[in-house]
Write a protein of this length. Sequence first.
Length: 237
Amino acid sequence: MKSLFSKLSLLTLVIALTAFNGFAQTVDDVIAKHVAATGGEEKWKQINSMKIEGYIEVQGIQIPFTQQAVHNTGWRIDAEFQGMQIIQIVTPTKSWSQNPFGGKTELEPASEDEHKQQVDELDLQNEFVDWKAKGSSVELLGKDEEDGNEYFKVRLTTKHQNQTVYYIDVKTYLIYKSVSTSKMQGQEMEVTTKLLDYKELPIGVKVPHKTDQMGQVLVFEKIDLNATIDTKLFAGK
């Protein structure tokens, strides 16, 4: 009988320690492991520019696009569908867009709210690398489960007060999805983006090659890092 209780006591201790270790994980631990899992701080800091070629998939239709970006300087997306050109440009101070399907037949300045939501995307070196120096704050919200997998929930608030909750896989430390609030046509809506098909680039960082934003799928067929990009591309009107 004593042996049985000893085993039960040991089991209770193991469970308690396991639970304690789970809760002992800090937000700094989770972020450090995420950055390491995606290549490490040193490799991320080597990225100065990025060019992506791929396509947008909406309701079975594929729309080719190109995105060109220079770290903290500007990014631009160009796409063409049914002979009409779609353009989006973001710089640290202003943004512009052209979308004939949305009634914009030429480049028009974005609103302050639209610009604020997009400006953080100028950071090409992973939002969690040097997050304190970037003026961001982070909070560990606990864990969540989805499709049989467990995720850390980390909320990041940037210096522009944009908030995003990242779901980081407890095993791989890769981001499974992000949830943010976006203002569209004067109304706020929750936007969920799943990050899929992670691959390692020649420089040594691991990035998703596919995203799914509530049914709108982006596939990145080619990603070139540190290519020469003419910053004149980021000149709006």
